[in-house]
Design a protein around this ligand. Structure first.
Ligand SMILES: Cc1cc2nc3c(=O)[nH]c(=O)nc-3n(C[C@H](O)[C@H](O)[C@H](O)COP(=O)(O)OP(=O)(O)OC[C@H]3O[C@@H](n4cnc5c(N)ncnc54)[C@H](O)[C@@H]3O)c2cc1C
Length: 231
């Protein structure tokens, strides 16, 4: 991943960002790409964004890989509306690299002593990153290269084989769309986590660019809900 710190006087016009899943739409010509605000410092007029570098395809990943001080970019937003609920007994945070910034921001915002079960998938052990953890945080790292599976698959198995945490669970689950279906089923149908306690969605999908994923997302979600909620 590559961290880019954006600077500019116009950042002073943004409101304070109080959620942990705030995102902006970066503009690349006519195209936009959605990225989480890892942190925002209004006084310093700085905003950090962590980009997955995923090869030569696409707009944002290759731009971030090649970006140099002085390069310019503009964005729309921010949007977003989730932050950890302090009263939850357990915070279940699950993501691949694309959701790493939002999971890390959620950990930054947790009150001291809050219990968190964190499942993060990265390509290899070398790609692990520092996180704000306490004695009450369990971080489960899943390394794709050790499993030879597609994005999010080993992560899905890890959550499915975990013990159901006790108490009032709140879950934030984001990343590759292909892990969303089985994990949604697991959380709602197997573990019985109340729907209002769960934020779950696909941030991207293998083989589709962002426009392709966003334009097929509604159908994907409707089909998933029809299949799972009919049971
Ligand atoms: C609310 C929200 C927040 C997000 N926050 C972040 C963030 O903070 N950091 C981040 O890196 N991403 C984040 N994403 C995901 C990001 O928007 C997508 O990965 C996007 O497709 C990247 O754009 P691109 O131009 O690099 O590639 P695209 O042109 O969209 O896609 C080109 C090809 O690359 C593949 N691809 C796209 N993303 C990945 C990936 N992560 N790994 C492997 N292959 C990929 C596509 O399937 C496609 O085949 C977020 C998405 C959402 C909806």
């Amino acid at each position: 991943m590559v961290r880019i710190v954006l600077g500019g006087e116009a950042l002073a016009d943004l409101p304070e960002l109080t959620q942990t899943d705030h995102y902006v739409k970066l503009k690349f010509g006519d195209g936009t790409r959605t990225y989480t605000v890892r942190w925002f410092n209004r006084e310093a007029r700085e905003m950090a964004i962590d980009f997955v570098v995923h090869g030569d395809e696409g707009l944002a990943g290759p731009w971030a890989a090649a970006a140099a001080p002085g390069d310019e970019i503009s964005f729309l937003g921010p949007g977003g509306g989730w932050a950890p609920r302090a009263s939850a007994d357990v915070h279940l945070l699950v993501g691949d690299e694309s959701a790493f910034p939002a999971v890390a921001a959620a950990l930054d915002a947790l009150p001291a002593g809050a219990k968190a079960e964190v499942f993060l998938e990265v390509g290899s052990a070398a790609e692990r990153q520092e996180l704000a953890t306490t004695d009450s945080t369990n971080v489960h790292w899943i390394h794709r290269d050790e499993h030879g599976m597609g994005y999010g698959e080993a992560l899905t198995y890890a959550v499915q084989s975990a013990t159901l945490p006790k108490g009032d669970i709140e879950a934030f689950v984001h990343g590759n769309a292909d892990m969303i279906k089985p994990l949604r089923h697991h959380l709602f149908n197997e573990w019985g986590v109340p729907r209002e306690n769960v934020s779950i969605s696909g941030y991207w999908r293998t083989g589709l660019n962002e426009d392709g994923w966003q334009s097929s997302k509604r159908e994907f979600v409707e089909q998933m809900e029809a299949e799972q909620d009919a049971r």
